[in-house]
Design a binder for this molecule. Structure first.
Ligand code: SF4
Ligand code: SF4
Length: 387
């Protein structure tokens, strides 16, 4: 679908002073230092979850999730602060093939040609979508919070030198069928695969850029907020669910980024009717088992310290969300599963996407039809193994 190009990226949601976000306030980190969250943290992070005789929660389901996360947990740790393994900020000397002698560098006469090449390479390395923007430093975390390594300081000021002027954003599509089982484990398996692929794609792309003689910092959820940078890079729009909605896969993506000094040509931010559609649709709020997603009007008022100030949107209550994940024994993707933008491409779905962009007064009708067709309903997770 042809999208509208617009001038403002994530700035379109800014209504006040936006401070850089301190990663210790991210919901997964708060239980490690905030007394009132520690019980919840113990439940989510530390307690072993016994499989139970219920579709989607058996041993084979749990094994699937653990295996899906293996590459991220063992070789990247982007959810634990990053800056190691595939997310190392510099070449770490593990390459088995001969490296190029140091000091060699490509000459960039035509940044557009280099940008096309970068996108081609990122796609080869597994990216489903790739966008480029100038790096807006408001979206960098102020401090990193590392949850791995016993000897390292958990907190580190984030300083990205000015020459890292560009961000390359990689979106990884998650499996449509597996997401239908949310909140059961096969959907969490699709999430885990997404995280492992993020590390694979971003880590390899960073290494490619270093091979050209330039610097590259790959990151997953660490180092900077991914969604505003993805919006700046023209990958999608912010939605009521707090997620990025892409025109190709809706919210069914995971995001990684690579910061670089390689001269590139930024993409333009896009718009294709998400904001207006969310005004008419409450499906993510209705199907959120924890009540973490707001109904009604936009607000700039944060729910708690996991939201940043200065942004007009629908802030998510991450405390409620994590409480459900802990009770569920695995993570949840209901807000992705039920979103009308989640569907795979096909003539009917593409036609509705066109309508959402171009005939906005029909949005209530599109929402109603989505319900009538029964899209987004949870599927019995035993079907995952039988399909
Ligand atoms: S992940 Fe689940 S609990 Fe959290 S906001 Fe989305 S639907 Fe709600
Ligand atoms: S489910 Fe509806 S309201 Fe929620 S993000 Fe998707 S389109 Fe927006």
């Amino acid at each position: 679908m042809k999208v509208n190009l617009v001038d403002k990226g994530a700035s379109r949601y800014v209504v006040g002073n936006v401070e850089r976000f301190d990663q210790k306030n991210e919901m997964f980190n708060r239980p490690l230092w905030e007394p009132k969250m520690m019980d919840l943290g113990r439940k989510f992070n530390e307690e072993e979850v016994m499989p139970r005789d219920e579709p989607g929660y058996r041993l084979q389901d749990k094994a699937l999730v653990n295996a899906a996360w293996h590459l991220e947990h063992s070789f990247a740790k982007g959810v634990d602060g990053g800056k190691m393994g595939l997310y190392a900020w510099e070449w770490h000397g593990f390459a088995s093939t001969p490296r190029v002698p140091s000091g060699l560098r490509i000459t960039v006469d035509d940044p557009m040609k280099v940008t096309r090449a970068i996108k081609k390479v990122a796609t080869l390395f597994g990216a489903s979508l790739v966008g480029v923007c100038e790096l807006d430093r408001r979206w960098l975390y102020s401090y990193a919070y590392f949850t791995y390594g016993e000897d390292s300081e958990p907190v580190e000021k984030i300083e990205i030198p000015d020459e890292y002027a560009y961000a390359i954003v990689i979106a990884i599509e998650m499996d449509y069928k597996a997401i239908r089982y949310s909140p059961a484990n096969p959907a969490a398996g699709a999430t885990g695969v997404g995280y492992s692929k993020m590390a694979f794609s971003a880590g390899l792309l960073a290494e490619y850029i270093r091979g050209l003689g330039y610097q590259a910092i790959p990151c997953g959820n660490d180092t900077a907020c991914s969604i505003p940078i993805a919006i700046d890079a023209g990958l999608g729009e912010l939605a009521k669910s707090g997620l990025l909605i892409t025109s190709e896969f809706g919210p069914r993506v995971r995001l990684a980024k690579v910061f670089t000094d390689l001269p590139l040509v930024p993409d333009r931010p896009i718009e294709f009717g998400v904001w207006d559609f969310c005004m008419r649709c409450e499906k993510c709020a209705e199907n959120c088992p924890s009540g973490a997603i707001m109904y009604g009007e936009l607000t700039e008022k944060p729910n708690n310290i996991s939201n940043r100030e200065g942004l007009l949107r629908w802030p998510i209550n991450a405390e409620k969300c994590l409480a459900f994940w802990a009770a569920n024994g695995t993570d949840c993707c209901n807000c992705i599963r039920v979103c009308p933008f989640n569907k795979p491409s096909g003539w009917l779905h593409d036609m509705v996407r066109w309508g959402v962009k171009n005939v906005r007064w029909l949005n209530p009708f599109f929402v109603r039809m989505d319900d009538l067709f029964g899209y987004g309903k949870e599927v019995n997770a035993d079907r995952f193994w039988g399909e």
